[in-house]
Design a protein around this ligand. Sequence first.
Ligand code: FEO
Ligand code: CA
Ligand code: CA
Ligand code: CA
Length: 755
Amino acid sequence: MNKPTDFARMPVDHDDIDSNNSSNEHFSTVLQTRLSRRNMLRGSAATAATALLGSFGLTACGGSDDDPVTPPTNPPTGTTPPPAPVEKLLGFTAVGKSLADTVVVPAGYTATVLYALGDPLTSSTPAYKNDGTDTDFENRAGDHHDGMEFFSLSDSGGVSTTGATRGLLAMNHEATTNEGLPSFFVHANGGTNALPRPALEVDKEMALHGLSVLEVRSNNGKWEYLKGSNFNRRVHQQTEVQISGPVRGNALVKTKYSPDGTKFRGTINNCGTGRTPWNTYLSGEENWAGYFTRSSTDNAARGDKSVASLNRYGMSQGASSRHGWETGGVDDKYQRWDISKKGTSTDGTDDYRNELNGEGYIVEMDAYDKTRPLKKRTALGRFAHESASFGRLTAGQPLAVYMGDDSRGEYIYKFVSTAPWNPADAVALDRIATGDKYLDSGKLYVAKFNADGKGQWIELTIANSVIANYANYKFADQADVLVNARLAADAVGATRMDRPEWCAVNPANGEIYYTLTNNSNRRVEPGSSSQVAPDAANPRSYTDMKGSTAQLGNSNGHIIRVREDAAGSTATSFAWDVYLFGAEAAADAARINLSGLTADQDFSSPDGLAFSNSTGICWFQTDDGAYTDVTNCMMVAGLPGKVGDGKKVTLSYPKTDGSTLSVDTFVGKAASADTLKRFLVGPVGCELTGITETPDGKALFVNIQHPGETTAAANVGDASKYTSQWPANAGYGAGRRPRSATLVITKNDGGRIGS
Ligand code: FEO
Ligand code: CA
Ligand code: CA
Ligand code: CA
């Protein structure tokens, strides 16, 4: 008797996975060696901690361009007329924590829904009914709006870098809401919870993933999107994407669809974003592995090193897929999601055994020109990408692109271009060719954070004998190093971080900020290879209560920042500290709330992160499950200082054998009411993500992702049981099913956002 296969792993949080079982976590060994030496000199770790408190001695870098972003102050008055009132950044009143099913912004601000799941992108596409019967998602907004960038248009519709009333929003559609059932809010009855999946459901779900480009305009301050604009575009799972850079044509990416290894279909689970200095869109492919399936006997079928690669990227044999798309039918568009070795070819051109090697890149798109191909920029490495953020530009110097790998215990990376920056390229007419110039050739580095507040960028190159001779995987060439960047990073001993999410560069001083969202596996005494001991850059492991549930590890996350040494983009060493530690305001200030957060500032699990080029404000957003008994996810505005503006702190952890693990860390200057304020709280069950603005800083666009995700799948069809009815309850659109949506935030007096 054949029983339909249940989607047993559906409830897994696919944003919360790890597959790094390398031994690189034992940074604490180095630390303890160092502390032992100190203990011999000073008597005990506790004494040492007291003696060293406040002695964090990073050399402050000089020069006016290193100054933190501070509000301008009025000059002294004299005989000249008094100056016009000066805008005070963070002058708004902080919003309180909220569990309401609404978007809360400060007094004087307005948040308006602009573009929600299912909204039509062509004039001929019908309005969204929002009852699960809608189709044609290739011409509608996808689901789970995520990272997003604004591209200015001039009044006449030309490419612009300054236009502030007309432009394009390019955004990621990361995923669909699928607790218990597949993508349940987009199917009339909640969808089919059994294999095989109906083709029509699979087609709809595939189309809901990808990217959107849409034109937006302000009519006298009222923003709207233009559903019939010729700029509008959807990228989905049938869109052809070029494989570009060193991996193009490599044996590792040859498939039945692309026997020469040059192209791929679609881009999936797109999370963070970036924009290039030449005005194109960058999209990070994050938790792509979960969409594929692999047979339980595939290791033997393969019998080669690809098994080690698949294991390291979270696809051990027998892994089932998130949605069962491979069961949609015999068509190739369904079969590609099964990466088991099925064919008899030696090179994989008769099946999809290599398909997974085509996912996991930074993808470049020209939002202004939908006739141009998308390109997977393989030189930037393959992992669970989030944002891609460019370092300060210096004419004649290579470009640096900063990136993180979002899984528990993964790494932080930097790409350095071969080509030196030519400022004329900022207005290049062929933007994709400019991408070829800067992003297809360069060096990839991984970060190692040391206990002394310094760190190294280690190049991932086949020329390094440690990589070439790595025992766990035999790299064939540099393309193999890029495809298997995680394995190369394991080989060189990179530092395992608390899930790197977005990164962003402070325009005031060029320092690079990384959100580290949380890590439930950070443990004082690791009990398995997936658990990691606290280290200087990931120093906290504690117990946080959520109701009666104990949450272990680093539940609240932190934001680390890096200052390159003198060589700038090409530096191989840096200084670092922790800008902020997420925490509940009431948590122990000596062990958990190390940044001294108050009730107006406290947050958990930072994720989205961007600096305003207009105000210099550091915006960050939360994707939290730890503090959600007290507040929905939120967005916070900060005015940070710089690396080294705080102090050294030593955390002491008692161990079961009676000894103490002491971890030094470096905490940035404590937050104050003038430098950190909660700006927005979202509706129930959502995360906040995506941050972009008009060049004048007067319109801020953010995304509300998966409101109502906490609804039990069995309750689809009974609106009274949805945990969220947003944005319908804000007066937007038909139906009561919750929808991911883009907000535009404006200030009622027409001022810049965050003032
Ligand atoms: Fe899609 Fe890393 O959050
Ligand atoms: Ca708690
Ligand atoms: Ca994210
Ligand atoms: Ca996240």
